[in-house]
Design a protein around this ligand. Structure first.
Ligand code: FEO
Length: 411
């Protein structure tokens, strides 16, 4: 009862799901909900590991009480002081007046900024290299700045190899009774949302994630307990490899993402024509999205996935169509790099958007290779565009095949 799951003999999941929140961070659609993960370690000392969003606090407090089964709560360990994980801190402190909070110095600064008034003598500051024993379980603390706020720490239980990874290895999507990644078809049902979560929430900070992955590679990790989504206890290499790719801005798929901005369907039609050509020329992994009707977070996730991106855009007010501009700005903010770009431009008069997009990729982004073949449409696609369309499709297909060959050689 009470939606409590055991992770190990001593560790319980006491977090919960939120299906009522429409927009995570008031920005990202979460049609499948989200989980706020919190764990309770029952050792000689009792340790509540992170907390949850205020929205599910009532249920959360009940779970803690049930697992404690009459024992007091000694510690609350907070890895990340963002409100989706620290919303219940004050209430937990009120109910368990003897507990001390363990976290980083900067996390406590943020906690005060949020407005939690916890007496200093209840705060235990930890930093990289510190350890704390709770009985048979001893935690080693690892600083993980910018994954995804600056105060973040992770901890590693040296007794049983559990890594508490903060937002790292998290995902959008409520867990709804599942607990472990090996209980689901992760690749089919979870990977897209895990990618969308990582790329939009942490994507900007790839080098910091690389640093953490290097630290993690020296640890005998048996399981990973993140703050959102499923716990990993099998096949850890799978998710570590995904994180390595995402954080180094390496594409997962050698294929083509086409994102179009269309007002009356003509640029959409050109995009479909290009997709048709590319597939017929041999590259089958092609995705096409309308920038106006697709959440930008999904476009960002797909941009991190694919090696080649085509921007097909109508000219608007002598500039880039606003939803497309928003997508490009987001791509830049999240530091995406190392992609090959194709451009299709459209304009009924004064068509200049292709130059603006090329300039953006050349000057505002890193390691973006804009193909010299470009298609320029004057209102709607016509027979006069045939050669340019062919040339762009050829150029994209050749580039994808060259990349595949190169990667195959590199093993
Ligand atoms: Fe899930 Fe960065 O908070």
């Amino acid at each position: 009862m009470y939606n409590i799951r055991k992770i190990t003999d001593d560790l319980y999941f006491v977090g919960g799901n939120d299906h009522r929140l429409e927009l995570f961070e008031n920005m990202f659609p979460i049609p499948d909900g989200v989980s706020y993960n919190s764990y309770l370690l029952m050792d000689e000392k009792t340790v509540l590991i992170d907390s949850v969003d205020w929205a599910i606090t009532r249920d959360y407090l009940r779970k803690i009480e049930i697992v404690l089964d009459g024992r007091d709560l000694d510690y609350m360990l907070i890895h990340h002081m963002e409100p989706d994980h620290c919303g219940a801190i004050e209430e937990v402190c009120l109910r368990y007046p003897k507990l001390s909070i363990i976290s980083s110095e900067q996390a406590f600064d943020i906690m005060r900024q949020i407005g939690y008034d916890i007496p200093e003598d209840r705060l235990i500051k930890v930093k990289e290299g510190d350890t704390m024993s709770f009985g048979k379980h001893t935690f080693a603390f690892v600083e993980a700045p910018m994954v995804h706020w600056p105060e973040v720490i992770m901890s590693f239980d040296t007794y049983d190899g559990t890594l508490f990874s903060s937002d790292g290895f998290g995902s959008f999507g409520a867990i709804d009774g599942k607990m472990f990644a090996d209980e689901v078809d992760f690749e089919r049902d979870w990977l897209d949302e895990a990618r969308r979560y990582y790329t939009n929430i942490v994507g900007k900070y790839g080098p910091f994630v690389q640093d953490v992955l290097k630290k993690a590679s020296g640890l005998p990790i048996q399981r990973i307990c993140p703050l959102h989504g499923l716990v990993w206890r099998e096949n850890l290499g799978y998710i570590l490899e995904k994180y390595d790719k995402w954080s180094s801005y390496e594409p997962e798929a050698h294929g083509v993402l086409i994102v179009y901005a269309t007002m009356y369907g003509n640029t959409e039609n050109a995009s479909q024509e290009l997709a048709n050509d590319i597939v017929q020329k041999g590259v089958k992994d092609v995705k096409v999205y309308d920038v106006s009707s697709t959440p930008v977070s999904q476009l960002i996730a797909e941009s991190f996935k694919y090696s080649h991106i085509v921007i097909a855009c109508v000219t608007y007010n002598l500039g880039i169509y606003p939803p497309m501009k928003n997508f490009l700005m987001d791509m830049q903010a999240l530091n995406l790099q190392n992609r090959t770009i194709g451009i299709v431009e459209n304009g009924t008069w004064a068509c200049n958007v292709g130059d603006l997009i090329e300039e953006f990729f050349d000057e505002e982004m890193k390691l973006m290779d804009v193909l010299s073949d470009r298609v320029t449409i004057n209102t709607s696609l016509n027979i006069g565009n045939r050669n340019d369309m062919d040339a762009l499709a050829d150029s994209i297909v050749e580039s994808v095949n060259n990349l595949k060959e190169l990667k195959a050689k590199q093993g």
